[in-house]
Design a protein around this ligand. Structure first.
Ligand code: F6R
Length: 248
């Protein structure tokens, strides 16, 4: 797996935004849609801010972008403060010219019995547009990508998943305590992530350094789903100095 290290997350995010902008423009010139897989959480905030800047100041258009987000808590109402729909609108979608029908975030309001069909349809939509051109990922302290927690298989499909305790603890601040933190989420499966033509995993800070080392240099194991990316032919970990500090 490739690793690229920048002085800090701002500079790194600018480089990632540039790669995304270049891809959007290439696809635009080819009159093709640009299919982006997107993440939420704290790591991509600086990336989305830079993409918004490229739109407002440099005329980057998202008219040909089709976006699929990785995950959403379940249950979750789309306008709730912690919803990933709301996050994406506030961080990116509301500030660029992406067409509302072209972005997709897993639905946190389904009834239980409809989830499985919905997840199959989510994957079918990705396939119908030709697959993900560029997948953006963060990484959980336990090595999750999307909400593919420890134990997720490399061929896992989009599905409802029980969140790890450590993931819920990390989110509990946003939810006002562990008791209010969702126990489940809908996540894109590992298989669709691995099928993306290009994958960029971003990680900032000392707190991510151990899991970055394990994911990039340790054994490929279902305990650490991010380690599967070692087997992807075009995946890069883009890191700040602190997150890269344990790499050999
Ligand atoms: C969010 C997602 C998660 C996060 C991960 C890291 O859509 O898929 O895997 O990327 O939990 O979160 P942050 O960036 O908040 O450290």
């Amino acid at each position: 797996i490739g690793t690229v290290v920048y002085e800090n997350s701002t500079v790194a995010s600018r480089a990632i935004a540039r790669e995304i902008a270049d891809l959007i423009n290439v696809k635009q010139a080819q009159k093709q849609p640009c299919i982006l897989g997107l993440a939420t959480g704290s790591s991509p905030k600086s990336l989305y801010a830079e993409l918004v800047r490229l739109h407002t100041e440099e005329g980057l258009s998202f008219k040909n972008v089709v976006a699929f987000n990785l995950d959403e808590y379940y249950p979750m109402e789309p306008d709730s403060v912690n919803s990933y729909v709301r996050f994406m609108k506030e961080q990116l979608f509301n500030h660029v010219d992406i067409l509302p029908e072209n972005y997709h975030v897993p639905d946190g309001q389904l009834s239980k019995e409809n989830i499985s069909n919905y997840c199959d349809a989510y994957e079918a939509k990705i396939e119908a547009v030709g697959g993900i051109d560029l997948q953006i990922l963060g990484i959980g302290g336990n090595g999750h990508i999307g909400f593919n927690e420890s134990g997720s298989l490399q061929n896992s499909k989009t599905r409802l998943i029980a969140l790890d305790h450590i993931t819920r603890v990390a989110a509990s601040g946003d939810f006002g305590g562990l008791d209010n933190t969702p126990r489940t989420a809908i996540t894109l499966g590992v298989k669709k992530i691995m099928e993306a033509k290009r994958v960029i995993l971003m990680a900032w800070g000392e707190g991510k350094s151990n899991i970055i080392k394990a994911s990039a240099e340790g054994e490929v194991t279902s305990r650490i789903p991010a380690s599967y990316l070692q087997e992807h032919n075009n995946a890069t970990f883009i890191l700040d100095v602190a997150a890269a500090s344990k790499l050999t």
